[in-house]
Design a protein around this ligand. Structure first.
Ligand code: C5P
Length: 226
C-alpha cells in the first residue's frame, strides 16, 4: 500500500479519462480506466447472448452469470489496445451503447465484486492514476489524492458530441444529453458503490478549464501532498 495512487472519479464524459491519462504521462505512472472493465463485461455479455436489459438483470440467475463472466473476463491490454477473447474491441467498447450496457451491468453486486481484485492489481510502482466512479470510495480508499471531477451536463454532452462527430459517428446533442443524464442518475442511485465524492476528495469543475489547466491543478495538489 506504499504505492501511490491518484483517484479521479466523476460522472460520464466529465473528461476523467483524458485527465487521468495526461497526469499519468507527466508522472510516469500507470493508468487504470475502470469504466472499460464494465464496458467489457457488457460487450462480452452481448457476444455470449446474455441479456443485459433492465428486466433480465433483475433475475438472480442472470446476475450470477454476469458475475461469472466478469470474474473470468478473457481480457488483454496491449500497446494501448484492448482485446477480448482475441478480438480487438478498442473501438467497440467506446460506443454509446457499450456505455449504457456498462452502466446497467455495473449496478450488479456480483459484477462489481468480481472486478475488485482485477482493479487493485493495477496498483504498481512507480504509481497509478485510476479513473472511474468509485476509485476513491471503494477500490483505493487509502489513495493519497482523490479528485472528484465535474462539468455541467450541457458541457459534457457538447464534448461527447464533438468527439463522435470528429470520428465520423453521427450523433444528436439532445440524445447524448438524455443518455448521459440517464447514466448519471443510474450511477448515483445504485445501492452498491454509487457515484459520489469520497469524503476526502477535492472537487474540480472543469466546465471552463482547458485540459492543461486541469492537469496543472491536479499536479499542484499532488506536489502539495508529497
Ligand atoms: O467511465 P465510463 O463511461 O467508461 O463507464 C461506463 C459505465 O461503467 C459507467 O456509466 C458506470 O456505470 C460504470 N462504472 C462503474 N464504476 C467505475 C467505472 C465505471 O460503475 N469505477
Amino acid at each position: 500500500a506504499d504505492i501511490p495512487v491518484i483517484c479521479i472519479d466523476g460522472p460520464t464524459a466529465s473528461g476523467k479519462g483524458t485527465l487521468a491519462t495526461a497526469v499519468a504521462e507527466r508522472l510516469g505512472y500507470h493508468v487504470l480506466d475502470s469504466g472499460v472493465l464494465y464496458r467489457l463485461v457488457g460487450l462480452a455479455a452481448e457476444r455470449q447472448g446474455i441479456p443485459t436489459d433492465a428486466a433480465s438483470l433483475t433475475q438472480p440467475a442472470v446476475a450470477e452469470r454476469l458475475g461469472q463472466l466478469a470474474a473470468t473476463l478473457p481480457v488483454r491490454f496491449d500497446a494501448g489496445r484492448v482485446w477480448l477473447d482475441g478480438e480487438d474491441v478498442s473501438d467497440a467498447v467506446r460506443t454509446e451503447s457499450a456505455g449504457m450496457a456498462a452502466s446497467r451491468v455495473s449496478a450488479l453486486p456480483p459484477v462489481r465484486q468480481a472486478l475488485l481484485d482485477l482493479q487493485r492489481r493495477f496498483r504498481a510502482l512507480p504509481g497509478l492514476v485510476a479513473d472511474g466512479r468509485d476509485m476513491g470510495t471503494v477500490i483505493f480508499p487509502d489513495a493519497a489524492l482523490k479528485v472528484f471531477l465535474t462539468a455541467s451536463a450541457e458541457q459534457r454532452a457538447n464534448r461527447r458530441h464533438k468527439q463522435l462527430i470528429s470520428k465520423g459517428i453521427p450523433a444528436r446533442i439532445e440524445d447524448l444529453l438524455a443518455d448521459l443524464k440517464a447514466r448519471d442518475a443510474r450511477d448515483m442511485s445504485r445501492q452498491d458503490a454509487p457515484l459520489k465524492p469520497a469524503e476526502d476528495a477535492l472537487p474540480l469543475d472543469n466546465s471552463a478549464q482547458s485540459i492543461e489547466e486541469s492537469v496543472q491543478q491536479v499536479l499542484a495538489w499532488w506536489q502539495a501532498r508529497r
